[in-house]
Ligand binder design. Structure first.
Ligand code: FAD
Length: 160
């Protein structure tokens, strides 16, 4: 199969969307990512996957820390900003969790230290040890077949 078919096939797996954030030399950097999973309860570990070409890679390697911000359905704009899909936008302001910069009002925020790093093809997998978390009530922003979705979309379709 070609790369386009593989990418299209992987889009059949519905996910949430996160924005990864870190800070190096006082500069905050964010990147949209849906390659995120929970890995272990003891110790508490999660996994993210970063393209070797992404600027985020060197920043996480340098800081050895990152936060995972799971977006709520009303936060699509954050996903677009941190994927470079929206150039004109208001300045993003950040809060702090365990000293790390995090998005305000994310559904879930995890403050992580890099626990392990693995090379996997054209991506680097980081396992993060979760030191702190913050969560709130709300519905998630979803991503399916290359499009942003919400739980309400499905509820409306089921009612038709
Ligand atoms: P840049 O391209 O340098 O930054 C990304 C954007 O964020 C830029 O527009 C930049 O201006 C903005 N930005 C960064 N920091 C700030 C700040 N402090 N304030 C305001 N704006 C800021 N790629 C992966 O590697 N892994 C994934 O799992 C993944 N999942 C994705 C899921 C979705 C739904 C989408 C849309 C994209 C995904 N990508 C993923 C692609 C990735 O988000 C983009 O390729 C991204 O542009 C690469 O980030 P970068 O670190 O190179 O940063």
């Amino acid at each position: 199969m070609d790369g386009r078919t593989f990418r299209q096939a992987m889009g059949k797996f519905a996910t949430g969307i996160t924005v990864l954030t870190t800070e190096m030399a006082g500069e905050i950097h964010g990147m949209t990512a849906n390659a995120f999973m929970s890995v272990s309860l003891d110790p508490k570990l999660i996994l993210i996957s970063i393209d070797k070409k992404a600027n985020m890679l060197s920043k996480i390697r340098a800081s050895n820390m990152f936060a995972v911000n799971v977006l709520a359905e009303e936060q699509q704009q954050y996903s677009m900003i941190f994927a470079g899909q929206l150039k004109e936008h208001e300045k993003v302001s950040f809060a702090r969790l365990n000293g790390l910069p995090v998005l305000q009002d994310a559904l879930l925020t995890l403050a992580c230290q890099v626990y392990a790093e693995y090379e996997a093809g054209d991506h680097i997998l980081f396992v993060g040890k979760v030191d702190e978390l913050q969560m709130r009530e709300g519905d998630p922003l979803l991503f399916y077949c290359g499009k942003y979705r919400s739980i309400k979309d499905w509820e409306e379709q089921l009612l038709v």
